[in-house]
Design a protein around this ligand. Sequence first.
Ligand code: ZN
Ligand code: ZN
Ligand code: ZN
Length: 414
Amino acid sequence: MSCLLAWHPVVAAPVLDPEEEPSMDIILVGSSELSSPPSPGPPRDLIAYEVKVNHRDIEDMCICCGSFQVYTQHPLFEGGMCAPCKDRFLDCLFLYDDDGNQSYCSICCSGETLLICENPDCTRCYCFECVDTLVSPGTSEKVQAMSNWVCFLCLPFPRSGLLQRRRKWRGWLKAFYDREAVRSRAASGTDGCAAALTLLASPLEMYKTVPVWKREPVRVLSLFGDIKKELTSLGFLENGSDPGRLKHLDDVTNTVRRDVEEWGPFDLVYGSTPTLGHACDHPPGWYLFQFHRVLQYARPRPGSPRPFFWMFVDNLVLTEDDRDVATRFLETDPVTIQDICSRTIWNAVHVWSNIPAVKSRHSALVSQEESSLRAQERQRAKPPTQGPAKLVKNCFLPLREYFKYFSTELTSSL
Ligand SMILES: [Zn+2]
Ligand SMILES: [Zn+2]
Ligand SMILES: [Zn+2]
């Protein structure tokens, strides 16, 4: 993805903490790898004409592409959404770039050139086309000229041209995600009842974003594998910061609830199986059971609004049965994240997590690829260059909406 970054001085930005990241006025020129051809319908320029002249209800048109074949309602703004645009929205909803901003337009989930909201509490982007068609022609140019632009979800007034923010859009977004994710799973027909039950039991946990000035450093419990390096490079932990921020345990055999409650509270619990080819003291399933046990001790009370995240990573050592057990115990489906270099898969991990970004990163690993990876690992003398923690690193980026972060390496070496 090629990026064009324009830096501007901070102009009376509502940044209360001088340690926060510098406020940036960024115009990002990105690629649109994921954009699929829009469904047949009138060009998007006609949306305004249809609404204003033909008095068509905007809920009856896809605001992402202009199609009249509406499948559902857009969760953030008033207007309809066709089926292909809904699929793309669902896939890209939680994708973030290295800089911590969302990768695609919040309206159409594609877009060549993106305008980035400068409200430090917000990570949303908008494409020129959406802004020009739905607000008014020429708006994108005006926004670019502004030194401090906040987006249509952050502005105090709900309407800009045809773009009307939904009341309680967070609730809409959650309902949209829970409904559509279940539907798309049901349509792909995986695992029948068990999968449906799992999904019903695990609706998206969507916490309200924490305002910048209220964000605290994240408190992490890291079991077996350590993610200190990754979290430090993302800016969540400071080099040489208070060691109380991350507690790493290799062995939890004697760890009881009281210990975890004393060390805590924790905001993030991470655990991983040992990497392939590493000698381990326990069968792979042990790591899963122990992670699950300790996770229960660290969870906030049910119904607590405190953002709480967890992630369990398996570096392909769990058996298929173990993985099914993990899905049942952790009440969510795993996703596969691969390290691909010149079309060769070097490493892969299965990840169970409640961090929303993880859900956007599906990629299926065919069992053949998996066994060849395992074989490859056993022969290799040195461990893979990309350890499991490094592979999942970028999944932590959305946590910036909840926790304070320090200096960052924007061009981190992932
Ligand atoms: Zn559409
Ligand atoms: Zn757009
Ligand atoms: Zn915004």
